[in-house]
Design a protein around this ligand. Structure first.
Ligand SMILES: Cc1cc2nc3c(=O)[nH]c(=O)nc-3n(C[C@H](O)[C@H](O)[C@H](O)COP(=O)(O)O)c2cc1C
Length: 191
């Protein structure tokens, strides 16, 4: 299969990209609006991009009417957010918070989730999620129809650093996936 991504015809570049760049981690981003309304939504155009300083990048598309999503709006207004890294058991709640709710709706309540206090930012985190990154807005770029959010990780919490205990949820071709290792204990011989 060959795809001219500059002149797409008969295929959707989104489907090609999300089928080939796999698996992707999911940033389950919690924020709070200046009026005090908590917000929670998942984003899989997300990754860590450098470690000195530790930076992550999230790409948030605009809505069909051109408006900014609540997550981007809150981050731009408050300069802070938390990336919760959900485990497999949160799959249904991640899906629920991926629906489009108006800005005055608290997705924690809709999904039946409790908030926990973050250590260095005002935005709440999701209680029970074992791993999270507390972030401050480092840079914002508007690119085409997207808000690119560069976040500086100022604090991280983790029950473990072993993914086998954390069971992180990922994104795979429009579906969810779990992380499974390919055990390559044996080193490849040099010659
Ligand atoms: C697993 C998953 C991954 C998603 N990834 C993205 C993404 O990378 N970028 C994006 O703009 N929307 C993504 N969405 C859709 C947003 O979560 C959705 O538009 C949400 O309503 C935004 O909420 P907000 O307006 O409260 O920010 C994803 C949804 C799901 C379920």
């Amino acid at each position: 299969m060959l795809f001219d991504m500059e002149n797409p015809s008969g295929f959707d570049p989104y489907e090609v990209l999300t089928a080939l760049v796999v698996p992707r981690p999911i940033a389950w981003v919690s924020t709070i609006s200046p009026e005090g309304v908590p917000n929670l939504a998942p984003f899989s155009f997300f990754n860590a991009i450098c470690d000195e300083p530790p930076l992550i990048l999230i790409s948030i598309s605009k809505r069909d009417d051109g408006s900014r999503k609540d997550t981007a709006e809150n981050i731009l207004k408050t300069g802070e957010f938390v990336v919760n890294l959900a485990s497999e058991d949160f799959i249904e709640k991640v899906k629920t918070t991926g629906e489009d709710f108006p800005p005055d709706v608290d997705e924690f309540k809709v999904a039946g989730l409790a908030q926990a206090k973050a250590f260095k930012v005002k935005a709440p985190r999701v209680a029970g999620v074992k791993t999270w990154l507390e972030c401050k807005l480092f840079r914002h770029e508007e690119l085409f129809n997207y808000d690119l959010i560069f976040g500086r990780v100022v604090f991280a919490g983790a029950e473990s650093l072993d993914y086998r205990a954390l069971k992180p949820l990922g994104r795979l071709c429009g579906m969810f996936c779990k992380v499974v290792e390919i055990n390559q204990e044996k080193k490849i011989p040099e010659d």
